[in-house]
Write a protein that binds this ligand. Structure first.
Ligand SMILES: CC(C)(COP(=O)(O)OP(=O)(O)OC[C@H]1O[C@@H](n2cnc3c(N)ncnc32)[C@H](O)[C@@H]1OP(=O)(O)O)[C@@H](O)C(=O)NCCC(=O)NCCS
Length: 174
């Protein structure tokens, strides 16, 4: 990541800007994703809850304002990467990778065994991006009820199902 950025646990004061970052980051999808899904951004209250739980990280730009964020939800030994967004004007500088790195470091230090996520299979900044960070596609035959629920919820529409995948990175505890 370029040195003018830093990734830190979010503060409450960062939360109001995050829905706007999510909306602007969604422009990267163009017509590939239905507009109804892209318009449906996360409520500020969800970010505030995550901030209180310590499950939200922000990337701060040169002026110390957020340019991206990652948010997870925890279920048992599994950490699920629920959201990852970076403003397009700050994209492709390693910020997204570093936000995933922060999730991974936190997951390891808290003894979690795996990180999961759902994403689009063919967009270069989705499954191929996560593959480079060590995630692998989980075949549907291996989904448990929890992964199936995440997949259904995050696909949003029936039309999206075939374009999406579940991915996982196992974390060694050694
Ligand atoms: C996914 C996302 C957070 C990555 O953030 P980022 O800061 O650009 O991430 P990095 O700089 O670490 O890596 C970006 C890599 O993604 C790919 N990528 C990103 N934008 C791309 C684009 N417009 N066209 C092609 N590849 C792209 C490239 O492989 C790039 O690596 P490179 O620049 O070395 O070629 C950002 O693209 C984003 O917010 N996308 C919209 C929301 C989204 O898709 N979130 C993830 C949903 S699961």
């Amino acid at each position: 990541m370029q040195s003018s950025y830093r990734v830190v646990p979010a503060s409450a004061e960062h939360a109001p800007s995050l829905p706007g970052i999510e909306r602007l980051a969604a422009s990267l999808f163009g017509d590939y994703v239905p507009a109804t899904l892209l318009d449906n951004v996360t409520l500020e209250s969800v970010f505030l809850d995550a901030q209180r739980d310590g499950t939200l990280w922000v990337a701060l730009g040169p002026d110390d304002t957020p340019v991206g964020f990652s948010r997870v939800v925890v279920d048992g030994v599994r950490v699920h990467l629920a959201e990852l967004d970076v403003l397009p004007e700050h994209g492709r500088r390693g910020v997204g990778s570093e936000l995933v790195g922060a999730v991974e470091a936190w997951s390891r230090s808290n003894g979690y065994g795996e990180i999961t996520l759902t994403t689009y299979r063919d967009l270069p900044w989705n499954a191929p991006f996560y593959s480079r960070l060590g995630f692998a596609v989980v075949p549907e035959s291996e989904w448990d009820a929890q992964l199936r629920h995440q997949f259904e919820q995050e696909a949003g529409l029936e039309s999206e199902r075939d374009k999406r995948v579940v991915m996982r990175k196992w974390l060694s505890t050694a």
